[in-house]
Design a protein around this ligand. Sequence first.
Ligand SMILES: [Zn+2]
Length: 333
Amino acid sequence: MGGMGSGQHWCCGAKDSTNDYRSIDVRRWKRDGLLAPHQSFGWQWSRHGEVVASIQVRTELDRVILTYRHRSGGEDWKGENYPVYLDWTACNLGVQRPWFLCPARGCGRRVAILYGGRIFACRHCYQLAYPSQRETWDDRAARRADRIRDKLGWEPGILNDNGWKPKGMHWNTFERLTAQHDTFVQISLAGMVAKLNLPEPSLNVTEDQRKEIQRLSGLGVPIREIAAIVGISVPTIYKYYREDLITGNALDNSEVVSALYDAAMKGNVKAQIYWTKRRCGWKEGGEIFDDMDNQSKGQIQVMTNTLIPAGDSRDEHRSPLRGAGGGTEPVES
Ligand SMILES: [Zn+2]
């Protein structure tokens, strides 16, 4: 069995993001039928198809026992073995919804997701920010553009060229997604220009062509027909005239990109970070609850040594939730 990986923290100045941690989701385990008592299973995280961490889980009547090894930095591996209690609340149609009770000493919050550092604990214990909370608007736009690229099967990274229409996709869908993608790219680049104080890009297309494309686009003519009328290919029209197709008023991406590249080559660290992230499709975060496998992709493990499990004492565990008023509201994770 592997262990929780060694720690490396590459971001700073912001709260850690929930994506930097390996997590377990009680809803996923319920869905997979793993919460039935008296069974054992392994749970693992992989990156690029390789298992990078795993834990063993044993289920009892109302708790799961987690067993794994961890280490931080160059320290020796240490074994962990402690229970996480479960709680159940009724939701629609009489279905019982499971919760983890955060096992960190003094916490006991009812949560769906626990994040693994040295021990698994809730996001409040780790003081985690959701990615969207620390994301700036241009980061968010880049992430959305990348999600569309993924859908279209295009190479990740918004600084890369647009790809072709996937086989079997309707032209209308393709055009809609491409237009959305291009808008998000525009937004992200505009944010980058502002952040890096790059020279304002100029427009670089003939005015006649631009007007004609705008006019046809305004009439609702599909892009492939506009391309035929103006006499250029669809990929070219996307590459050089996409702004006209969306707003008729935007930046020349290629100029922004070369200004960015120059800045990066001259040692502008922000530009270098932006370039790497946007060109290589590197992610600081993704959609965290879409699915567990995606969630663990490309994560960077962060070790925290301040949290300790409450151990076997279940009163201690549950006390924060067992007030006279019927308990706390479930904490959404
Ligand atoms: Zn907690």
